[in-house]
Design a protein around this ligand. Structure first.
Ligand code: UGA
Length: 440
């Protein structure tokens, strides 16, 4: 099948590469010339495990190409997948400017019938609206059908999530179009759910908001565990073994970040409010998350009283491991709070340093490795659970600190690993602190 993907962000690029991998001929279009030049050289503009090697191999086999030209990109396209961003507006709604532009570009340059698939996360009703926008601008005689096909991939495991998804949702009011898109995905052998367009649009928001709610729930549970001396990991395991609940997304931490949960929960609340539905549970999820992101700082204040003049080492800046994405990363809030309270920060992340500097600026020091970040610090905060940190030679790293005090936002260490470290104070999430006073 000849497929064209509009937008080469996480979703567009992963989708394009994976559709080429299952044998389709894919052209990806982006307006960013620099990005397209890089992609044409086989370089992925984002850090995403496994993506670049598939990019190179599929380009080599002539199934994948990149262009800035809509005219060229739409030639012979049977399916056009829109995967442009839908960032958040000031009111919390989804901003549709890029989608509007995509509609204009299709209307202007498409010269034959095609199926337009919207993969971008869009509020209910948007597919129908965009269909009208495209149709109104198309040359007479050219016909399109629209299919809502939301994306469920996660950053850091985008390739695996795409090729081995739990389900593919196809929302359409035209049987032929729905069948064609099901056929496009058939080689992936993933179960398909066919629905109406509006239900498909809502499935995406419902899924992300539900997962975000699960995280806020377990984070509140962690806070309760800390207050009563229980262990949230045991609680999560006990809950998760109930198949109706499931164990995924019950990892307590310092709140969710990223380009999806924060924006999609806000957009769902916005849509609900507009339609007279309070949806208070998602509002609470958002508020709980905002509080949770400040939790490590509250713990530091409780431990030190005043943190003015203290030096904090920060391990991890990206919103989660295996990505260099800093969007809505809890590290941003934590740094802001620490600096506001007069502390200094020395941070390290294995891949997000460049992006972090763009977002956080020069208010903090950027170390070239974990040991350098930790050296001479009064306390260490673990913000992203990179394997590199879990496998750190703790004894050696902590030796360089003034006193080994760790606020671990991601529960990277077990007590056995800490037992031999003199004077250690370890404050995990949702578990009693481990304080090794026996060596004092
Ligand atoms: C999320 C969804 O998981 C995907 O299904 C969806 O396609 C994507 O949004 C999207 O809408 O594009 P993503 O944001 O890439 O994917 O990453 P997640 O792995 O879901 O993590 C989101 C945040 O939740 C991270 O900050 C992570 O640290 C946090 N999290 C996740 C927890 O705090 N606890 C958990 O148990 C799981």
């Amino acid at each position: 099948m000849k497929i064209t993907v509009l937008g080469t962000g996480y979703v567009g690029l992963s989708t394009g590469v994976c559709l080429a991998e299952i044998g389709h001929n894919v052209t990806c279009i982006d307006v960013n010339t620099e990005k397209i030049d890089q992609l044409n050289k086989g370089i992925s503009p984002i850090y995403e495990p496994g993506l670049e090697s598939l990019l190179v191999s599929n380009m080599g086999e002539g199934r994948l190409e990149f262009t800035t030209s809509h005219q060229k990109g739409f030639e012979r396209a049977e399916v056009i997948i829109i995967a442009v961003g839908t960032p958040q507006t000031d009111e919390g709604a989804a901003n549709l400017v890029y989608l509007e532009q995509a509609a204009k570009d299709i209307a202007q340059h498409l010269k034959h019938d095609a199926i337009v698939v919207i993969k971008s996360t869009v509020p209910v009703g948007t597919n129908e609206y965009i269909k009208t926008r495209i149709k109104d601008g198309l040359e007479s005689g050219v016909k399109i059908e629209i299919v809502s096909n939301p994306e469920f991939l996660r950053q850091g495991s985008a390739v695996q999530d795409t090729l081995r998804a739990d389900r593919i949702v196809i929302g359409a009011d035209n049987k032929f179009a729905a069948e064609k898109i099901a056929e496009m995905y058939r080689p992936m052998k993933v179960p398909v759910l066919q629905t109406t367009i509006r239900s498909a649009e809502l499935i995406k928001y419902a899924s992300n908001a539900f997962l975000a709610t699960k995280i806020s729930f377990i984070n509140e549970m962690a806070n309760l565990c800390e207050a009563v001396g229980a262990n949230v990991e045991d609680v999560a395991e006990g809950m998760g073994r109930d198949q109706r609940i499931g164990s995924a997304f019950l990892q307590a931490g310092i709140g969710y970040g990223g380009s999806c949960f924060p924006k999609d929960t806000a957009a769902l609340v916005h849509t609900a409010r507009k339609n007279g539905v309070p949806f208070a549970i998602v509002k609470e999820t958002i508020e709980t998350n905002q509080e949770q992101q400040k939790r490590l700082v509250s713990k530091a204040l409780k431990r030190f009283g005043d943190i003015k003049g203290k030096k904090f080492a920060m391990l991890g800046l990206a919103f989660k491991p295996e990505t260099d994405d800093m969007r809505e990363a809890p590290s941003i809030i934590i740094v802001k709070e620490l600096v506001r309270l007069g502390a200094s920060v020395s941070a390290y992340d294995p891949v997000a340093m460049g992006n972090a500097q763009k977002v956080i600026g020069d208010e903090i020091e950027y170390a070239s490795n974990a040991f350098e970040a930790i050296a001479d610090a009064d306390a260490l905060m673990i913000v992203t659970e990179w394997n590199e940190f879990k496998n750190l030679d703790l004894q050696k790293a902590l030796d360089e600190m003034k006193q080994p005090i760790i606020f671990d936002g991601r529960n990277c260490f077990r007590e056995e690993q800490l037992e031999d470290i003199k004077n250690i104070e370890y404050y995990p999430v949702g578990k009693p602190p481990f304080i090794n006073s026996s060596n004092k």
